[in-house]
Structure formats: C-alpha cells, structure tokens
Design a protein around this ligand. Structure first.
Ligand SMILES: Cc1cc2nc3c(=O)[nH]c(=O)nc-3n(C[C@H](O)[C@H](O)[C@H](O)COP(=O)(O)O)c2cc1C
Length: 217
C-alpha cells in the first residue's frame, strides 16, 4: 500500500496529512499516545540524550548545509512538540510542516527577506485558541494559545539540537502573508527553520545568572 510519503504532489499548494516515516504495526488511532511513544522511543538517530548538554551547546544557525534531514529526525522533532505542556492539555496550537519549495521561497519574502527561511525543514507554529475549552475570557485563551505554540516550538528546537541538527527561530514575519502562504486562518507565533549546520559555532554569551534572577521574599 502506498503511504503519503510515496508520492510527491505536482501542485505544491496541496495540503496533505502528515504521516511519520514509521508507525507501529498494530497502530490504533484510538490508543492515546501510541504513535507518539513509538516515534520518541526510537533512539537510533539521537546524538545526545543529556538534556543539559543539549541546552548548553545549542546555537542558532543561519547557514544550513544541503544535507537533507532524515525523516526519522523530522518525526522526532514534531513528536517533541507534542510532548510540551499546554493550558488544560487542550493543545492550543497547530504545526504547519512546509515541504513545497515554492512556499518556502514565498516565506522568505514574508519573513522580511531572511534567506535562511528557505531551510531543509520549516515548521510554522500557529496559535489555535479555539481548541482551548477553558472558561476564561478570549484574551486569556489567546494568551494560553501563544504560550502553547511557543513552548511547543521550544521543545522542537531542543529536540533538533539533540539530533545533531541546528535551527533558527524566526519571529520577524508578516503574519498575514504567512497565513496566506500556508492557507490558514490561524495566526503564526513562530517559524522554526532546521537543518544540518554548515559549521558548528560556540553558544552566544548570556548575562550573568546573578543579573538575570531577582529573588523576592
Ligand atoms: C522571539 C524570537 C524571535 C526571533 N526572531 C528572529 C528572526 O526573525 N530572525 C533571526 O535571524 N533570528 C531570530 N531569532 C533568533 C535570535 O536572534 C537568537 O536566538 C539570539 O540571537 C540568541 O542566539 P542563540 O539562539 O544562538 O542563543 C529570534 C529568537 C526569538 C526567541
């Protein structure tokens, strides 16, 4: 049987369901987290499982090599987003996985002409406050959705680093243009561009921890 990955749509505007490269043989969509756990459990592509080493080595990259990112790694990066906490566990966000080259080029322009947005893997994290079924004001639900989407993107960014990849977080974009390109009414919160770095760089300096933390009693 053909999987979704077995055909490449001619029309790049086609939106298709996401299907991981590998699924459990007894896959049951009704079984909570079965697919998620399956994707996360496969550790063959993980380069570093020490969370603190992953954090201390991460450095944004704006120059990606042409080396394609393995499907298994992309699946893990997406699965990592799905493990992030969300307000009330309502998962008030969506991920758009941009595969079409034409769309990536359009995104460069929508992101203030940042050329590295045309990266091997482009994930757009959008807010979806309508999923957040909590009895709070619209304002609070929107606030929850932006936190859900942002945290999920952060999880994906760390997962990419753990897999030996690098990334750049894009916050500078024209929301309306991006929404038009990916054909959604949902407002994007961030775009994560991922790939193998052309060169590995040292992490950037931060302010002293003592200056960052303000202890109050
Ligand atoms: C909210 C936010 C928005 C950002 N927007 C952009 C952007 O539009 N373009 C870009 O090149 N980098 C962007 N960055 C990446 C930052 O410039 C980068 O994370 C920062 O310089 C620290 O470097 P590091 O990630 O290597 O620690 C953004 C980062 C964040 C968290």
């Amino acid at each position: 049987m053909l999987g979704m990955r077995d055909f490449e749509p001619d029309d790049e505007s086609i939106t298709q369901d996401y299907e991981p490269g590998d699924s459990p043989k007894d896959f049951d969509p009704g079984m909570p987290n079965q697919l998620l756990d399956y994707v996360l459990r496969n550790t063959s592509s993980v380069v570093n499982t020490d969370l603190f080493a992953v954090m201390s080595k991460r450095r944004s990259t704006r120059k990606f090599s042409d080396k394609p990112v393995e499907t298994e790694k992309i699946d893990k990066i997406i699965a990592a987003a799905d493990t992030a906490p969300t307000a009330g566990n309502y998962q008030g966000f969506e991920i758009f996985y941009v595969k079409g080259l034409e769309k990536k080029k359009l995104l460069v322009e929508a992101c203030n002409n940042q050329p590295y947005v045309n990266a091997p893997v482009v994930l757009i994290f959008c807010k979806n406050p309508s999923r957040v079924k909590l009895d709070f004001s619209e304002y609070i639900l929107r606030k929850f959705a932006i936190q859900d989407a942002t945290l999920a993107a952060g999880y994906s960014q760390l997962a990419a680093q753990a897999l030996g990849l690098s990334s750049i977080w894009i916050g500078m974009f024209d929301e309306q243009k991006v929404m038009k390109i990916i054909e959604t009414d949902l407002v994007p919160s961030s775009i994560l561009c991922i790939g193998y770095p052309k060169q590995t760089k040292f992490p950037k300096p931060r302010r002293n921890l003592k200056d960052l933390v303000h202890v109050t009693w």
